[in-house]
Design a protein around this ligand. Structure first.
Ligand SMILES: [Zn+2]
Ligand SMILES: [Zn+2]
Length: 285
């Protein structure tokens, strides 16, 4: 399997980091997890065929994890997708219903180009809960309830050979994740709580402007509930260590985080490989 980080950012808009979204490729099948802002552009950046993405797993209904759903659903249909099943927490059906309600005329117009409407009008969904499991001959995806501000799930993806990837999105540190992620080849874990640093050349004008506007209108992240419903790099590394995973990928970064310091903190407590997520990072499992 191969993990591709499509988006490694947060709700605070950055052009250098899209919202949360990853692809786990099993054989040649791309399984999409979350669909945050810029997911469609990042799928194309990484040369995924939109028509081949037929399974989408949502961790929770925060904007940074699902805001590109309408864009993805309609454009992938325009680019040839004919099947789609969306797995997610309670409310996933409302998202799909909203697509049909809001875009009925839009879809009707695009249907006149000869696209079979079933690809967009008959999107399947499955509401997940703690300990849900979805299997095909090639992969099994199972869920684990995590501790965030709303109903949120981690996903464990296993292929037929037993290779394993775990995606633990927004959550405070919970010990049960180390059991859920036990012996995974790759654990992608929330590390939203991290120290700030000075801008670098990699930061765009939009990143700078976004951070400036956030700071002008909000308390410091460390003085908000962000710290109660997310994880630090050290905490993520403690989970990785207890789970005995091979590679830990830290993700979900606010603008201007000191990722070098976060990586160093993580390596203090976890002896496996630590990677800092960037959009387009690939990791084999
Ligand atoms: Zn969230
Ligand atoms: Zn998030």
């Amino acid at each position: 399997m191969e993990v591709t980080i499509l988006g490694s950012g947060s709700p605070l808009a950055q052009t250098s980091r899209g919202g949360q979204s990853i692809v786990v490729t099993v054989d040649d099948e791309p399984l999409l997890f979350d669909c945050g802002p810029m997911s469609v552009e990042r799928l194309l950046d990484n040369e995924f065929k939109l028509r081949n993405v037929t399974n989408l797993f949502l961790t929770h209904h925060h904007m940074d994890h699902n805001a590109s759903f309408f864009h993805f659903a309609i454009l992938s249909w325009m680019y040839g997708r004919r099947d789609l099943t969306v797995y997610g927490p309670d409310g996933t059906d409302a998202l799909i219903d909203a697509l049909g309600d809001i875009y009925e005329a839009d879809i009707g117009y695009r249907e006149k180009f000869g696209r079979p409407v079933e690809g967009i009008s008959e999107i399947g969904f499955s509401t997940i809960s703690a300990d849900s499991r979805v299997s095909t001959d090639d992969w099994t995806v199972s869920t684990h309830s995590v501790d965030h501000s709303i109903e949120t799930y981690a996903y464990r993806i296993e292929n037929a050979d037993g290779s394993t990837v775990v995606y633990a999105p927004d959550t405070s540190k919970i010990g049960s994740l180390s059991d859920f992620a036990a012996d995974a080849d790759v654990l992608i874990h929330d590390a939203a709580v991290g120290p700030e640093r000075e801008p670098t050349d990699a930061n765009t004008t939009a990143d700078t402007e976004s951070w400036k506007q956030f700071q002008a209108t909000n308390p410091k992240p460390e003085d908000t509930p962000i710290v109660d419903v997310h994880t630090s790099a050290r905490e993520a590394a403690e989970i990785a260590d207890a789970a005995n995973v091979g590679t830990l990928v830290l993700t979900h970064f606010l603008p201007f985080r000191d990722t070098a310091a976060m990586r160093s903190t993580a390596t203090d407590v976890f002896s496996g490989t630590v990677r800092i997520a960037e959009d387009g990072l690939t990791v084999s499992a």
